[in-house]
Design a protein around this ligand. Structure first.
Ligand code: C2O
Ligand code: CU
Ligand code: CU
Length: 431
C-alpha cells in the first residue's frame, strides 16, 4: 500500500500450524501466516514504513538483512519488540536492486525464532532491473525460494535439539518455501530463482546436475556479467539469483549436493555429505518464449568509493569456536568505531576447523582476496554474508556511506545462528 508517497507494510509475528510433510501438522511461527512471511518489495528511492506487531508471547525483533539503513531502524537486538508490542521503523531505500530478507534478531534466541519459521524476502527494484529483460513476473518466472532444513518428531513437532553439537540443528527434511517436496509448474523458457539459504546452521551446494545455471546476482545485487556455473555453495544467510533454461515438457530437479566446506573437521558431521531435493521444475508442453536477458547495470551508490585505493583503515577479525577477537558479544560494549564516509578493509579469518558464515549489517561488501589470491568469480558480486573456509584469510572491502549515530551500533556476526546466540557477534558504530 502506498500512502502519501510512503510504501507501507505491516507484519505480524504469530504462531500457527504448517503441513511441512503431508498428513502431519507442525506448530510453526510466521509473519501474517503460519510460517515464513510475505515477500516485501520496494523501489530504490522509495520511502518505506513498516508496522511490526509481535503476536508471540516472547520478545522478538525484525532485522532487514542486507539493507542499508540507519542503525535505529536495523532491527537488531537493540530494537527488541516485547510480546504484544509494536515497532514502526521507516527508512528510504538507497541501494541497487537485490534479493534481501528479513528475520528476527532477539538477543540470544535468534536461532529458535528463525528455525520456527520467522523469515521472509524483501526485494528491491531499481531502474536498471526494471529495464532489463530478465524474468520478472513474481511467482510465474521470478520465483522466491527460501530453503530451510527441519528436524521433525514423529508427531510433527519441530525438534530444537542439536544432536551432534556443531554447527547447530541439522534437519533431515529440507523445506522450500515452508514445505517438503515442493514443485513448480513452469510456463516460460527461462526461470529466475531467487535462492535464500534461510537455514540456521546448514550450508548447501545448489545445482541441477544435468544442466548449467547462470548466476546473475549475489546477496546485494547483480554481478557485472552473468556467470555460467554448475553449482553454487550458499551458507546460512547467503542469497543467489539463478537463471535456468527449460525445454517444453521436461522436468528438472534443483538439488543440494555434497558441500565442499573447506578444511572443517569431520565434514560429514557438519552436513557436508548430505544431499537433498529442493525443487522440481515441471515444464508445460509448450513454453512462452523468454527474451534473451540483456544485462542490467545497476549503479552502486558507492561505486566510486568501493576501491582499494580509498581504504583508510584495515581491521582484523579472528574467529575461534565462539569468540571474535577473543571476545563474546556484550550488548553494552562497542567493539569497533568506524568513521562515516570511509572505506575499510576487514580481514576475516576463522582459526578453527569449524564452519562459520560471516555477516556485516548495513553494508554490501566486496571480497578482494582469499589468502591473497583473487576470489573465484562467483564470489565477486555484492555480498553481505560470506562462508569462511577454516584458516583462510578473507579480505573484505566495505564503505560506510552515511547514517552516523554514535548512540546505536550495527552488528557483525556469524550467521550460523546458534553461534550468534552463544555470543559470536560484535558491535560497530558509525560516527
Ligand atoms: Cu541476517 Cu544480523 O543478520
Ligand atoms: Cu543482517
Ligand atoms: Cu559460526
Amino acid at each position: 500500500r502506498v500512502s502519501d508517497g510512503v510504501r507501507v507494510f505491516s507484519l505480524k509475528a504469530g504462531a500457527g500450524r504448517t503441513r511441512i510433510l503431508p498428513e502431519l501438522d507442525t506448530p510453526t511461527w510466521g509473519y501474517d501466516g503460519a510460517s515464513l512471511g510475505p515477500t516485501l518489495r520496494a523501489e530504490r528511492g522509495e520511502q518505506v514504513a513498516v508496522e511490526v506487531t509481535n503476536g508471540l508471547d516472547v520478545t522478538t525483533s525484525v532485522h532487514w538483512h542486507g539493507m542499508h539503513l540507519p542503525p535505529t531502524m536495523d532491527g537488531g537486538p537493540h530494537q527488541a519488540i516485547p510480546a504484544g508490542g509494536r515497532w514502526r521503523p521507516s527508512w528510504r531505500i538507497d541501494q541497487p536492486a537485490a534479493t534481501l530478507w528479513y528475520h528476527p534478531h532477539p538477543h540470544g534466541t535468534t536461532e529458535e525464532h528463525v528455525y520456527r519459521g520467522l523469515a521472509g524476502l524483501f526485494l528491491i527494484d531499481d531502474d536498471a532491473s526494471s529495464r532489463a529483460t530478465l524474468p520478472h513476473e513474481y511467482g510465474v518466472d521470478d520465483i522466491p525460494l527460501i530453503v530451510q532444513d527441519k528436524l521433525l518428531d514423529r508427531d510433527g513437532a519441530l525438534r530444537l535439539r542439536r544432536d551432534g553439537g556443531e554447527p547447530g540443528i541439522l534437519g533431515e527434511v529440507v523445506t522450500t518455501n515452508g514445505i517438503a517436496g515442493a514443485y513448480l509448474p513452469v510456463s516460460t523458457e527461462r526461470v529466475r530463482l531467487r535462492l535464500l539459504n534461510g537455514s540456521t546452521a546448514r550450508s548447501y551446494e545448489f545445482g541441477f546436475g544435468d544442466r548449467d545455471i547462470q548466476l546473475i546476482a549475489t546477496d546485494g545485487g547483480f554481478l557485472d556479467a552473468p556467470l555460467t556455473i554448475d553449482r553454487i555453495r550458499l551458507a546460512p544467510g547467503e542469497r543467489a539469483e539463478l537463471l535456468v533454461i527449460m525445454k517444453p515438457g521436461e522436468m528438472a530437479r534443483l538439488r543440494s549436493f555434497e558441500v565442499g566446506l573447506g578444511g572443517v573437521a569431520v565434514p560429514f558431521a557438519m552436513g557436508g555429505n548430505d544431499a537433498f531435493d529442493v525443487l522440481e521444475l515441471r515444464a508445460a508442453a509448450s513454453l512462452k518464449p523468454s527474451p534473451a536477458p540483456d544485462w542490467p547495470r545497476s549503479r552502486h551508490a558507492d561505486e566510486d568509493e568501493l576501491h582499494e585505493s580509498a581504504v583508510t583503515r584495515t581491521r582484523a577479525f579472528e574467529l575461534d569456536e565462539r569468540k571474535i577477537n577473543g571476545q563474546l558479544m556484550d550488548l553494552s560494549r562497542i567493539d569497533e568505531v568506524v568513521t562515516v564516509g570511509s572505506t575499510e578493509v576487514w580481514e576475516v579469518r576463522s582459526t578453527v576447523p569449524m564452519p562459520h558464515s560471516f555477516h556485516v549489517h548495513d553494508v554490501q561488501f566486496r571480497l578482494l582476496t582469499i589468502d591473497d589470491a583473487p576470489p573465484p568469480e562467483w564470489l565477486r558480486g555484492p555480498k553481505d554474508t560470506i562462508y569462511l573456509e577454516p584458516s583462510r584469510r578473507y579480505r573484505l572491502l566495505l564503505h560506510f556511506a552515511d547514517y552516523a549515530d554514535p548512540a546505536m551500533p550495527y552488528m557483525y556476526h556469524c550467521h550460523m545462528l546458534w553461534h550468534e546466540d552463544e555470543g559470536m557477534m560484535g558491535q560497530f558504530v558509525v560516527v
